[in-house]
Ligand binder design. Structure first.
Ligand code: NDP
Length: 280
């Protein structure tokens, strides 16, 4: 039976640590979050980022817009936030309303305030093996989970299922930096099962419940489930058939309570690190 990786526990240690550091600090980190879509999940994510910022003693600035927001107004806001000394991190909750150009907005954020690590300069630094101003939160959280459980990454074969810019690709870069041998799979990959069976560390970031079944997992593999699918408008399901896979894996993350809490914890850590950097 695999050990269950407790993301909540590791995240709450990180929150405690940040709270103490902020209490000791004269000035406070500031996080600005921009919500320009009416997606119910995005609204929940933004509210929880606001709540956590306040709990940790950060300055929290949230900008919520209805559909009448124009590209011009959003660009103006990003310029203002880039200039505002009290704002250390800027997060634009994706997706944006369809009439807004996501990539253009991401590229307008000052890379030194790009708390999500999505700016091409930060992505480029990551792929050059350099330290970005901020690392993408979910991949950074996954590395922290592996290290938190003393799971060896170096020399292991890591298979990442999913190649999005926010999870799969940056995660592959971070695993490579940790000296794993990395394979990235996606929707056009042939014979996914043959590939996942060779993984020492298997990470799924697809968003389809039960895409990873027990017969796709090597005995003793470490299984990290990033996927989140809402079922019956209430229950969250991961990508992995957790009940069956947990008896094959050596370690496994649950959904919820695995990767999810680490994403917000790393967002808060990134904000704090940008604050330190900007106040050097
Ligand atoms: P995307 O939809 O952007 O990417 C999904 C990826 O899965 C794509 O690369 C796609 O391939 C691949 N894929 C789709 N179908 C298959 C298949 N049958 N076999 C193999 N690969 C497939 O999603 P995100 O990366 O944004 O998110 C992935 C999941 O992780 C979602 O459930 C999301 O909610 C969750 N998530 C969870 C977070 C957390 O904190 N726990 C944070 C961020 C995301 P292709 O590129 O070819 O289309």
């Amino acid at each position: 039976m695999g050990e269950i990786i407790d993301g909540k526990k590791i995240a709450s240690q990180l929150f405690e640590d940040l709270k103490i550091k902020v209490q000791k600090s004269i000035d406070k980190p500031g996080l600005a979050v921009v919500l320009a879509n009416d997606n119910p999940s995005s609204k929940i994510y933004v509210a929880s980022k606001e709540k956590k910022s306040l709990e940790l003693g950060y300055r929290s600035y949230v900008y919520r817009f209805d559909k009448s927001i124009t590209m011009g107004k959003l660009i103006e806001l990003i310029h203002e936030l880039n200039e505002n000394k009290k704002v250390n991190g800027i997060l634009v909750q994706l997706p944006l309303y369809e009439h807004l150009d996501e990539q253009k907005i991401i590229e307008l954020i000052n890379p030194k305030k790009d708390v999500d690590g999505f700016h091409p300069i930060n992505v480029g630094k990551l792929y050059c093996g350099l330290e970005p101003w901020a690392k993408c939160c979910t991949p950074k959280g996954i590395i922290k989970l592996l290290k938190g459980y003393n799971i060896q990454i170096e020399g292991k074969h890591a298979v990442v299922v999913g190649r999005s810019n926010i999870v799969g690709k940056p995660l592959a870069a971070l695993l490579l930096k940790e000296n794993a041998t990395v394979t990235i799979a996606h929707s056009k990959t042939k014979n996914l099962k043959a590939l996942t069976k060779t993984a020492d560390i298997l990470i799924s970031a697809v968003g389809r419940p039960n895409i990873i079944t027990a017969d796709m997992v090597k005995k003793g593999a470490v299984v990290i489930d990033v996927g989140i699918t809402k079922q019956y408008d209430r229950f969250l399901k991961g990508d992995v058939d957790f009940d069956k896979v947990k008896s094959i894996a050596s370690y496994i993350t649950p959904v919820p309570g695995g990767v999810g809490p680490m994403t917000i914890a790393c967002l808060m850590e990134n904000t704090y690190e940008l604050f330190l950097e900007q106040n050097k």
